[in-house]
Ligand binder design. Structure first.
Ligand SMILES: [Mn+2]
Length: 409
């Protein structure tokens, strides 16, 4: 038959029968000033809203798309162990759950009010990889009243023609082997197979939490480092000590591939601190979206910056974070809370009818849970810097001199 005589069916979508609400990077911690999202009562109210008009006529799925819990920054066993066993995972999850009863209460009520048409999904991110342990999942499920409709799909989930993943698997710093999430320690324990960047954060950056907990929430990162250059110097020095120590360990073990330079450490710190993953992440998802008609919508988080890319009826939505972040203005004289964004996706069967980002003004962070000035850390940072110089000084000076020679020559 002549192709040109074939009809092209006009396929409308009709009214939605399901709403999928997607939150990422809530990063609830163990409470107190180091907790990056204290206002779970605010989030609880948002969740309750999805059980009321005009949504209650729809099936409503809640998807927590990674870094829901900030287990990475939660202390256990008096520090931040890099060998994360099941028991350490349980301990951290219990601490976070105890600090955020309002969140668990709201999700629990949401599911219980219409169990046949409501589900909650917890996708794993790089701050809550512990959720891969069934026993850590059990802690969450238990706090939600152990309903059937709480799901732990792992690193990604597809709901109809919607693909959802946190985004850390698209980030070379945080990618883990999905086939091998657990590894065995020398002592024979089952531990999380953390990425090298997560290990470096646990060993170097997170222990600086008492000093820099709030600076980590500020944007733009480059301005923070420009206003307090001592912070950049401290970070580079700490990572330098860390990488060179590891370098010498591996050198003794005879690994010829390991070599570290001051320039390389500076580059690593720049990547870790200023979070420039935009290009790689955005590109790969956009390519998939444009090249395949398998999914109508791709949802991603991780980068703490909302984004929207479309190609006709298909799109990529990047949700911003729910954790508290602030925009530094007037050379550090003021900080403005950054609005929260998440995604709403309306489906009919497996097809996406429409989707969009929702923006909400940030709830107030309780007084006393952030420093009065971002500059108040300067004296202590300077003190640590001079201790650091004493420890690594000659080595670092030699590298600097070498680099200067290379530049000039
Ligand atoms: Mn993340």
């Amino acid at each position: 038959m002549n192709e040109h005589l074939r009809t092209t069916e006009l396929r409308g979508r009709g009214a939605p029968d399901r709403l999928v609400v997607v939150f990422s990077d809530i990063e609830m911690g163990a409470g107190g000033r180091y907790d990056d999202f204290l206002r779970s009562d605010f989030l609880a109210e948002i969740i309750r809203g999805y059980g009321r008009d005009p949504y209650r006529w729809l099936a409503v799925d809640l998807v927590f798309n990674g870094d829901t819990f900030d287990l990475l920054k939660t202390r256990s066993r008096g520090g931040w162990p890099t060998h994360v066993t099941r028991d350490i995972g349980i301990d951290k999850m219990e601490q976070v759950a105890s600090a955020h009863p309002a969140f668990f209460e709201a999700v629990r009520e949401h599911l219980a009010a219409d169990p046949a048409r409501r589900r909650a999904f917890f996708v794993v991110g790089n701050h809550d990889m512990e959720l891969l342990f069934p026993e850590v999942q059990a802690v969450v499920r238990d706090r939600l009243g152990s309903p059937e409709n709480v799901r732990f799909p792992g690193l990604e989930v597809d709901l109809g023609r919607v693909h959802i993943e946190h985004g850390s698997q698209l980030d070379p710093l945080f990618i883990v082997d999905p086939e091998r999430p657990f590894i065995e320690s020398k002592a024979g324990a089952k531990i999380l197979g953390l990425s090298w960047a997560s290990v470096a954060l646990l060993e170097v950056a997170i222990p600086l939490q008492p000093l820099l907990y709030h600076h980590d929430r500020l944007k733009p990162k480059e301005l923070v480092l420009e206003l307090i250059p001592e912070v950049r110097e401290l970070l580079i020095g700490e990572f330098w000590t860390y990488w060179t120590r590891r370098y010498f360990r591996d050198l003794v073990a005879g690994d010829p591939l390991k070599s570290v330079s001051w320039t390389m450490v500076k580059e690593l710190v720049r990547r870790l601190v200023s979070w420039e993953v935009d290009v790689e992440m955005g590109d790969s998802l956009q390519r998939r979206m444009m090249q395949s008609e398998h999914f109508d919508l791709y949802l991603v988080g991780h980068q703490h910056e909302p984004g929207w890319w479309s190609h006709g009826q298909r799109k990529v939505l990047r949700t911003g974070c729910i954790r508290d972040e602030f925009m530094l203005v007037e050379r550090g004289r003021a900080q403005v809370p950054i609005n929260k964004t998440w995604a709403e996706v309306y489906l009919r069967g497996d097809d996406v009818v429409r989707s969009h980002l929702v923006e909400h003004i940030a709830p107030e962070r309780p007084p006393g849970t952030y420093p009065a000035s971002i500059f108040e850390v300067v004296p202590e940072v300077r003190e640590r810097l001079s201790a650091q110089r004493d420890a690594i000084g000659s080595q670092k000076d030699a590298q600097d001199a070498q680099e200067a020679r290379e530049r000039d020559g």
